[in-house]
Design a protein around this ligand. Structure first.
Ligand SMILES: Cc1ncc(COP(=O)(O)O)c(C=O)c1O
Length: 381
């Protein structure tokens, strides 16, 4: 996958659109990451944590009953089996190690579904740091289990009451808090968005998903598919296959589809495709999955999409609920609502020209569905 330019551009997207007070912090983070990433001791420490703490490598599971029903070979990369229940732990362990190396004592994070908040709270506990997590009030209500988990781990969860009270607004508040505490705190961003170096840094930390999957798959799959909110699990998965003939497909929520319905613009410190009105006002996204309820998308996806290397599709909330149920009943796996977007696309496309019968599909299950039980209890019959 491409390395961004020195100004953090993937084609026309990316960059660093931050207040002057944050430019030195972004530059220091970039320098620290370049240094750490070329340091064997840092890499070994991260690899050790991945195996002894996070439970990597995660399994690759052949979904045999669903494959037989659909007429495709469906292979699941099981990030739901990673410690804390999602791929977010891969990113956070790397960033926490980096923060420690930079002498920071505190992690500030934003969270939507709460999985990134839980991963941040976990790493903070492991490294003896303070954690402050910003979360929209609406997400606090629908992802209450994860709020309990964060608090039990010792993190402070700050409710955000502005705007749509979801991830967009939590990100605004976390960035503001970072400006105020930049000397002691590292902003532990949860996806492949934000100002340079975050989109590149987070993709490098998530690349482990794609590289493991590539080593575990018997053949190069015809199609590689993952859900896209900010796009970190998809970016990490795609990184393992971008140099192969595999088609790369990202699946967005119909109500939060920046790749499909967005136009070029700036949000949260980066230029990408953004859901916005004609005046450039960022629009509210809307999805049953709190982690996909976001009006932007990582700049590398915008670049992969506009150059045609990756393709992006949308699915509806109803298709997602059906996908959770089908996967649960045919494979005994209850996946997160976010991950179910990728499953829903496979269910819809299998046997059509978009996904012909006989195809081999690698699908990243980014997380498990425990956090979604309150939502699912009311919806799935
Ligand atoms: C399980 C799960 N999958 C996916 C996402 C979306 O994030 P990304 O697109 O960065 O992978 C989230 C975000 O909270 C999540 O919790």
């Amino acid at each position: 996958m491409s390395v961004p330019t020195s100004t953090g551009r993937f084609g026309e997207f990316g960059g660093r659109y931050v207040p002057e007070s944050l430019v030195p912090a972004c530059a220091a983070l970039e320098a620290a990451f370049r240094d750490a990433w070329s340091d064997t001791a840092f890499r070994e420490r991260l690899a050790h944590l991945r195996t002894t703490y996070a439970g990597r490598p995660t399994a690759l599971t052949a979904a045999e009953r669903l494959s037989a029903e659909l007429g495709v070979t469906l292979l699941l990369k099981r990030e739901d089996l990673a410690h804390t229940g999602s791929h977010k732990i891969n990113n956070v362990l790397g960033q926490a190690l980096l923060a420690q190396r930079m002498g920071k004592t505190r992690l500030i994070a934003e969270t939507g579904a709460g999985q990134h908040g839980v991963a941040t709270a976990t790493a903070a506990a492991l490294f003896g740091m303070r954690a402050t997590v910003y979360m929209g009030e609406r997400d606090i209500a629908r992802q209450r289990l994860n709020v309990f988990r964060m608090e039990l781990l010792g993190a402070e969860v700050i409710p955000v009451t502005s705007g749509s009270r979801t991830l967009k607004d939590a990100t605004n508040e976390a960035m503001r808090a970072w400006v105020a505490a930049v000397d002691e705190a590292h902003f532990c961003l949860g996806s492949v968005g934000g100002p340079h170096p975050y989109p590149w840094l987070v993709r490098e930390l998530q690349r482990v998903i794609g590289e493991e999957a590539r080593a575990q798959t018997p053949v190069i799959p015809d199609v590689v598919v993952a859900c896209v909110g900010g796009g970190s699990n998809a970016a990490g998965t795609f990184a393992g296959f971008v140099d192969t003939p595999a088609r790369l497909i990202g699946v967005e929520a119909a109500g939060g589809a920046a790749m499909t319905n967005g136009t070029p613009g700036v949000v949260h410190g980066y230029r990408s495709l953004v859901l916005q009105d004609a005046a450039g006002q960022v629009l509210e996204a809307e999805s049953i999955a709190a982690g996909l309820d976001y009006p932007g998308v990582g700049p590398e996806h915008a670049h992969l999409g506009t150059t045609g290397r990756a393709e992006y599709r949308t699915v509806t909330d109803d298709e997602v609920l059906d996908a959770v149920r089908r996967l649960a009943r045919s494979e005994g796996i209850i996946c997160a609502l976010e991950s179910a977007h990728a499953v829903a696309w496979v269910l819809r496309a299998a046997g059509t020209p978009d996904l012909p019968t006989g195809s081999t599909v690698l699908l990243t299950l980014s997380g498990r569905g425990d956090k979604d039980m309150a939502t699912l209890a009311g919806e799935v019959r």
